[in-house]
Design a protein around this ligand. Structure first.
Ligand SMILES: Cc1cc2nc3c(=O)[nH]c(=O)nc-3n(C[C@H](O)[C@H](O)[C@H](O)COP(=O)(O)OP(=O)(O)OC[C@H]3O[C@@H](n4cnc5c(N)ncnc54)[C@H](O)[C@@H]3O)c2cc1C
Ligand code: SF4
Length: 331
């Protein structure tokens, strides 16, 4: 049986109090939201914080609100609430689809949006017990000096495995981070960095408090596709999120495509601006699939054949486009 290491639990009731606790115990503290990622990781001795700051008692972090210029999603909103919210299903269907495919039902009731965005990167050589990792030899991400996936690598390439991040990136979301000097906002795409040891720019004394999503328009077409071994519970082996904004006769005004579960951060497919003005037809979809296939290289950090996953990229991009035929219900 795997047990938790000892720690002191704190239950602040405000964001300011939570941030003060993070600053006070810097280097020895972790935030806990639903605990569905943190607690297994602590049991594996991947983290052994002396202090744990729980966010459950902090008021006002769990709402989904629509305002004139978009939607505000609180960090403590559960994944299950995102999946079943009629507002999210109508306005941001790709986000509802992604949320509904995270983990299994119990984990979706416990897990939160903030925890999902801050999910630790995953790797077959890392998400193991202390005994397992010691027997193999530790790695760069924790206690060691080498990467078992990219032998000469100096950066960890453990996979970004959160389902909401790629979707929210295609939606142009902004993340709000509360710290000792107030709240700062940054585009979610800039929140992630290409090193799986810590793949976000979140500072140790900061919290994710909210995500802002620009108001969707009826010209938006959204899709989300996920490959996983067991559809009932598994982390992604590959995900494809797309948001296409079209004008008259389905001509492309903007196309955002993010492919994830490849490396340490979700990959925004580059070079799609060249398709602006083209009709969103089979030829364009083939072209997008070719561009993405060329740019995306799955790694062995995930225990599903890399060549197969790569060949699935065009397949799942086509499926995401098929799903994206229905216009979003704008307000
Ligand atoms: C069997 C299994 C299957 C899973 N499958 C999937 C899957 O398919 N897709 C997927 O995306 N996830 C999956 N997960 C992971 C997890 O359940 C979800 O990502 C969940 O949304 C995490 O949220 P949480 O609130 O439980 O996070 P926690 O475990 O509480 O926290 C996760 C991390 O985020 C930090 N954190 C939490 N909230 C904040 C905040 N507001 N500000 C700053 N830091 C914060 C914590 O310190 C910790 O480092 C799976 C987990 C399990 C156990
Ligand atoms: S990618 Fe390399 S460094 Fe990162 S967790 Fe896996 S083995 Fe460790």
């Amino acid at each position: 049986m795997l047990t938790l290491p000892p720690f002191e639990y704190h239950a602040p009731t405000s964001v300011d109090e939570a941030v003060a606790l993070l600053a006070q115990h810097k280097g020895e503290v972790k935030v806990i939201a639903g605990g569905t990622d943190l607690l297994p990781n602590m049991k594996h001795r991947l983290f052994t914080p002396k202090h744990v700051v729980g966010l459950k008692a902090v008021a006002g972090l769990d709402s989904i609100r629509e305002e004139a210029n978009g939607l505000r999603l609180g960090a403590m909103t559960t994944i299950a609430s995102l999946a079943r919210s009629p507002l999210i299903q109508q306005r941001l269907p790709s986000l509802a689809l992604a949320a509904a495919q995270i983990a299994g039902p119990q984990l979706r009731e416990m897990g939160t949006l903030g925890g999902n965005l801050c999910l630790d990167t995953r790797c077959v050589y890392y998400n193991q017990t202390y005994f397992w990792r010691k027997a193999l030899g530790f790695c760069l991400k924790k206690d060691g000096t080498v990467c078992h996936v990219v032998k000469a690598g100096k950066k960890c390439v453990a996979a970004a495995s959160n389902d909401t991040a790629p979707v929210l990136m295609t939606l142009g979301a902004t993340v709000c981070l509360a710290g000792p000097s107030g709240v700062r906002q940054l585009p979610l795409a800039e929140f992630y960095v290409p090193d799986g040891i810590v793949n976000t720019v979140l500072r140790p004394d900061e919290l994710v408090v909210e995500v802002l999503v620009p108001a969707p328009s009826a010209r938006l077409r959204l899709g989300y596709q996920k490959v996983r071994v067991r559809a009932s519970i598994d982390y992604p082996a590959l995900t494809v999120a797309l948001a296409a904004r079209v004008y008259a006769e389905d001509r492309l005004e903007q196309l955002r495509l993010v492919v994830s579960a490849l490396g340490a951060r979700p990959h925004t497919v580059a070079g799609l601006d060249a398709l602006r003005g083209r009709k969103l037809d089979a030829a364009v979809i083939d072209e997008v699939s070719r561009v993405a296939h060329k740019q995306c290289h799955p790694l062995t950090s995930i225990n599903v054949d890399t060549e197969w996953r790569r060949e699935m990229i065009p397949v799942f991009i086509r499926r995401a486009f098929a799903q994206a035929r229905t216009p979003v219900l704008a307000s």
